[in-house]
Design a protein around this ligand. Structure first.
Ligand code: F6P
Length: 324
């Protein structure tokens, strides 16, 4: 049964992702269109606890659909992990008349969202992270832009690597998840992809692979290494010493989190942001907007946080088949 929610809040939390602004825009404009008032909460849960809350109107979100980052800023908030912090956050919502809240972020942000829901604030999560590591959804806002940034960079490194007949290690983001490495590695025809979900630390296998490929006449060797494995610079030194082939490391870092969002990220952000508001209007709470099997859907936040997903094994195996 639909409730009579009058004012909602929106915040972004955790690592920023291209498309977050498009999601904020969709939340604000869908809500205003339905006659709701909207408050923007700055700096994630920290801003909520510090009462950094501003009124938002149609123009607050003008000219942002094409912008990377988040106009609401973002933060990781330790206090929100405590029961006191969660109660204070809910009290702050009540003080400002915020009856429903849309949280755009990743798993950590949704733990806070679940807590707010338990404290009586209607809460909906929207998946925004470049890591694609939210189990209940096949898509997270920001992933497409991030992997496209990564492949553009890897293609460029490949040019210089080929010219100098070197081995290159390119480190992409993904502290706990290898989706960016897998997608960018396959899409650039890289020779090896190291991801936290699979890499067993067997550097000798990598060394053998590099030497064998050089013997076959291959001029360069591209390794895409996920941040979760890291140590690319020292790895490069060890590989060079063992193979005799000049080896360089390039760490792409935060450039993958920035930039104008791709069409896919803007589109998904617009649909997901609007859906979050529709759920609030329907009186729903403690739900996470998701995308599965070609449809937008929603899950209970607690259940969603229990779910797990893994890199598709056949995709990972394909890297080996295509790169040896
Ligand atoms: O945005 C996701 C991510 O890139 C993760 O892969 C990584 O663990 C994290 O951000 C690092 O973010 P920060 O340095 O801002 O804590």
């Amino acid at each position: 049964m639909a409730n009579s929610i009058g004012t909602i809040g929106v915040l972004t939390s955790g690592g920023d992702a291209p498309g977050m602004n498009a999601a904020i825009r969709a939340v604000v404009r869908t809500a205003l269109h339905s006659g709701l008032k909207v408050k923007g909460i700055m700096r994630g849960y920290s801003g909520l606890l510090e009462e950094e809350i501003v009124d938002m109107d149609m123009t607050s979100v003008a000219e942002i659909i094409n912008r990377g980052g988040t106009i609401l800023y973002t933060a990781r908030c330790m206090e929100m992990m405590t029961e006191d912090g969660q109660k204070k956050a809910a009290d702050m919502c009540r003080k400002h008349g915020i009856e429903g809240i849309v949280v755009i972020g990743g798993d950590g942000s949704f733990r806070g969202a679940g807590a707010l829901a338990r404290e009586g604030i209607n809460t909906i999560g929207v998946p925004g992270t470049i890591d694609l590591d939210i189990a209940c959804t096949e898509y997270t806002i920001g992933f497409d832009t991030a992997v496209n940034t990564a492949i553009e960079a890897i293609d460029k490194v490949r040019d210089t690597s080929a010219s100098h007949e070197r081995c290159s290690i390119i480190e992409v983001m993904g502290r706990h998840a290898g989706y960016i490495a897998l997608w960018s590695g396959i899409s650039t025809g890289s020779d090896a992809i190291l991801i936290p979900e699979r890499y067993d630390g067997n550097e000798q296998e990598l060394i053998n692979q590099i030497i064998a490929s050089r013997k076959r006449g291959k001029k360069h060797f591209i390794i895409v290494n996920a941040e979760g494995i890291g140590h690319s610079t020292s790895m490069a030194k060890r590989l060079e010493a063992a193979t005799g082939i000049e080896t360089r490391a390039t760490i792409l870092g935060y450039m993958q989190r920035g930039g104008s969002p791709s069409c896919k990220d803007r589109y998904f952000a617009s649909i997901m942001g609007a859906k979050a508001v529709d759920l609030l209007i329907e009186g729903k709470t403690n739900r996470l907007v998701a995308y599965q099997n070609g449809d937008f859907c929603d899950f209970d936040i607690a259940e969603a946080l229990q779910m797990t997903k893994d890199i598709p094994e056949d995709h990972f195996q394909l890297t080996t088949k295509l790169t040896r």
